[in-house]
Design a protein around this ligand. Structure first.
Ligand code: CP
Length: 324
């Protein structure tokens, strides 16, 4: 069996499990396309027919608001049928295997699986087993990968800062357990961010050797000083042993982004957070809702990026089919 690749034999994107190995050009091309799907507030949402006749299956075994809704809206706005498998109401709870679930839905002509799973490797495992015309897109894999989040974060920075080379980007908080941070690291590194910082208490730092090239900071004050982008991360309680979960008041006092701390960053710095937010734990409500926050724009960009990715894998599938 060939080693797993997200790309088909012509080098075209077929699955999206991770951003690792993506070139700046591949990322920029997706971001450029995503921009076409953005509209001004109050205008009707962008629509198209690129997914007419296609069926998208959302299979989420972890909770989600943003990713699931945006994948569903993205698919519907491009003309797809969408099914959302309620995993607790599915036959998985009766012991059906992941693959039996996938093969069952594939037999109903699902063309694209969008998968969020707490277990590492499920997305790739499914991608290795689906039929040739089927694509698998990660909607978040354990602590490892959240590729469309990485793309929407990059798009947000591009919109507000116009580029990456001259920027200081600080990723702050529970980096260790964060798939958002890992995809951010991959996309920012590929795009050549000027200085990438990871800022975390010891217990929430990734292992030494992970994220090479990023500068490590053990205090939020030093870590966000003169930053152009401050990306706050959620405390991932669900991925920690009980003993490791920080006391919320203590964490906010030492590590929360409040107005006073934000003044240490550049005056025109933007504040990002992937959501869901723990207000008054990692970020003060007044900062999350304040003038430097671009958190809602990140959400808006999520739909556009997912439209671009869905459109791309289906276009590539059509090219493969036409070549046969
Ligand atoms: N950012 C993100 O993945 O949010 P959800 O868990 O709500 O999808």
């Amino acid at each position: 069996m060939l080693p797993f690749s997200q790309f088909d034999r012509h080098g075209r994107l077929r699955h999206l499990i991770t951003l690792e190995g993506f070139s700046a050009e591949q990322i920029r091309e997706l971001l450029e396309r995503a921009q076409h799907f953005l509209r001004r507030p109050g205008e009707l949402a962008a629509r198209g027919h690129a997914l007419a006749g296609i069926t998208v299956g959302n299979i989420f075994t972890e909770p989600s608001t943003r990713t699931r809704s945006s994948f569903e809206l993205a698919a519907r706005r491009l003309g797809a049928d969408v099914i959302n498998l309620e995993i607790m109401l599915s036959s998985r709870v009766k012991g059906e295997t992941v693959l039996d679930t996938i093969y069952t839905l594939q037999a109903m002509a699902v063309d694209v699986f969008v998968i969020r799973d707490a277990e590492p490797g499920v997305g790739q495992f499914v991608a290795e087993h689906v039929a040739e015309h089927v694509s698998v897109l990660s909607a978040g894999e354990a602590h490892l990968s959240h590729p469309t989040q990485g793309l929407l974060d990059a798009l947000t920075i591009l919109q507000f800062k116009g580029g990456f080379r001259d920027l200081v980007v600080a990723v702050v908080g529970d980096v260790r357990h964060s798939r958002v941070a890992r995809s951010a690291y991959q996309v920012f590194t590929a795009l050549g961010v000027g200085e990438l910082r990871i800022v975390a208490p010891d217990a929430l730092m990734p292992e030494p050797g992970e994220m090479p090239g990023a500068k490590r900071f053990g205090s939020i004050e030093a870590g966000i000083a003169h930053a152009d982008v401050v990306m706050m991360l959620r405390i991932q309680k669900e991925r920690m042993a009980d003993a490791a979960i920080p006391d919320p008041h203590d964490y906010f006092a030492r590590w929360g982004l409040n107005r006073a701390r934000l003044k240490l960053a550049r005056p025109e710095a933007i504040v990002m957070h992937p959501g869901p937010m723990n207000r008054e734990i990692e970020i003060a409500g007044e900062v999350a809702d304040g003038p430097q926050s671009v958190i809602r724009q990140q959400v808006t960009n999520g739909v556009a990026v997912r439209m671009a990715v869905l459109e791309r894998v289906i276009q590539n599938r059509n090219l493969r089919r036409d070549a046969r």
